[in-house]
Design a protein around this ligand. Structure first.
Ligand SMILES: *Cc1c(COP(=O)(O)O)cnc(C)c1O
Length: 413
């Protein structure tokens, strides 16, 4: 029997929601493997390789591989006043919408938005310290996430790293010494987001650093906006530990802070440089700014998140809504699902923030490792597997996805 033609095989897949050239690819692959009957499987494999929704049942709220903070945002296919001043009818700045709201939220004089926090740190160093020394504590020469290493970023930006103090203790005198010996352009403090040094330790406070006559930059990473967490019904949760916040770090005397928008801020992937106007302006005027600037989609989503904070509406920010859901609400959802065994679990923030801090949560548990089958569901469910049991943690699942979790479980067991 002759194998079917690529075209007719591709046409037989037309019920699958993929454009014809991709269906042809699937048909061609199946035929060249000598298995034309596998064409449908190939097409579904191509479809599942596209970017798409996945249900986060891991209990890690800011799961880096699942896109960190979840966010709903859509905009009409219309022009915007992205760089247009409606008042004067002349050119405006894309940095005057979300950035102004970030200032209002944090008390910063000025702010500029870039694509992520790595870009923010790189831009600060390139704009303010190229060819000059930057003092960093040896306890803060960290790697955060995949590949963001402070010494490497320093090299790439053209600044010269001056290490001060020791891994566990760095004093004001160490910074002062670096300032005098190397004429440091900046003192950089990096929040060691994803690890803790404990025991015989000492770090120099922002307040103390601010007494030296050199601009102090604090890379905060997580983007917790305010110590008081005024956007949450019950105020600051204990699991935030001593996580520093943007407003209070600026109040303590930092001249600039940098942070991610898709960690504890709960917004889209972006980065913020906020603080003293002349320093922010120097960053905004640097040629790299053009390469680091986000588009209107991101700025709009960021604006939406900032407005939710200003309305004190934590429930409008998906990350904070999930984080402040009560254990009793999670229990009711687990009961309503009526699959597996209901178990008490510990969720965590993840995203390289708050190591070791746990948030009481609830999950449904299944014997054996069924994670592969759950991933194969129409909307994939990503579960946690431990000791030959599979747990779907409900804190990280949007309640509107509970029926999809039930479907995935039904097809898996
Ligand atoms: C996460 C983090 C970064 C990197 O942020 P991205 O937005 O992922 O680029 C930089 N510095 C600190 C302290 C962080 O926690």
């Amino acid at each position: 029997m002759r194998p079917p033609s690529v075209d007719s095989l591709a046409r037989s897949l037309s019920d699958i929601d993929l454009p014809p050239p991709l269906l042809v690819d699937a048909a061609r692959t199946a035929i060249s493997n000598g298995q034309p009957e596998s064409a449908r499987e190939e097409a579904i494999r191509l479809q599942r390789a596209l970017l798409g929704p996945a249900i986060n049942g891991t209990g890690v709220l800011l799961h880096t591989n699942l896109g960190r903070a979840p966010l709903a945002y859509s905009q009409p296919a219309k022009s915007t006043n992205l760089e247009f001043d409606l008042d004067t009818g002349t050119r405006g700045s894309r940095n005057h919408h979300a950035a102004n709201l970030i200032c209002r939220l944090t008390g910063a004089d000025a702010a500029v938005i870039v694509n992520n926090c790595s870009a923010a740190v790189t831009l600060v160093l390139a704009a303010l310290a190229r060819g000059r020394a930057v003092a960093v504590s040896r306890g803060e020469l960290v790697e955060i996430g995949g590949g963001f290493r402070v010494p490497d970023v320093m090299t790439e930006s053209g600044a010269r790293l001056v290490e001060v103090g020791t891994t566990n203790r760095t004093r004001l005198a160490d910074y002062k010494n670096a300032q005098e010996t190397h004429e440091a352009a900046l003192l950089l403090k990096v929040h060691p987001s994803n690890y803790r040094i404990t025991g015989f330790t000492e770090e120099t406070s922002v307040k103390a650093l601010a007494t030296l006559q050199v601009p102090v930059v604090v890379d905060l990473g997580s983007g917790l906006i305010d110590d008081a967490c005024f956007w949450l019904r019950d105020g600051r949760p204990s699991w935030l530990g001593d996580e520093p916040s943007v407003r209070q770090t600026l109040e303590a005397g930092a001249n600039l802070v940098t942070f991610s928008c898709d960690k504890l801020f709960g917004g889209p992937q972006a980065g913020v440089i906020a603080g003293r106007s002349d320093l922010v302006q120097a960053c905004a005027n640097h040629p790299l700014m053009r390469a680091f600037r986000p588009g209107a989609l991101v700025l709009n989503a960021l604006q939406q998140t900032a407005l939710a904070y200003l309305r004190r509406d934590g429930d409008a920010i998906p990350f904070w809504r999930m984080a402040q859901t009560s254990v009793s609400d999670l229990l009711s959802r687990a009961e309503a699902l009526s699959v597996g065994h209901i178990v008490h679990t510990m969720a965590m923030t993840g995203g390289g923030s708050l190591p070791g801090q746990q948030i009481p949560s609830v999950g449904v548990e299944f014997e054996g490792d069924i994670s592969r089958l759950l991933r194969d569901a129409d909307t994939p469910v990503i579960a946690r597997v431990h000791d030959q049991t599979t747990v779907i943690d409900l804190r990280t699942v949007d309640p509107s996805d509970d029926p999809l979790v039930a479907d995935a479980v039904a097809s898996a067991v």
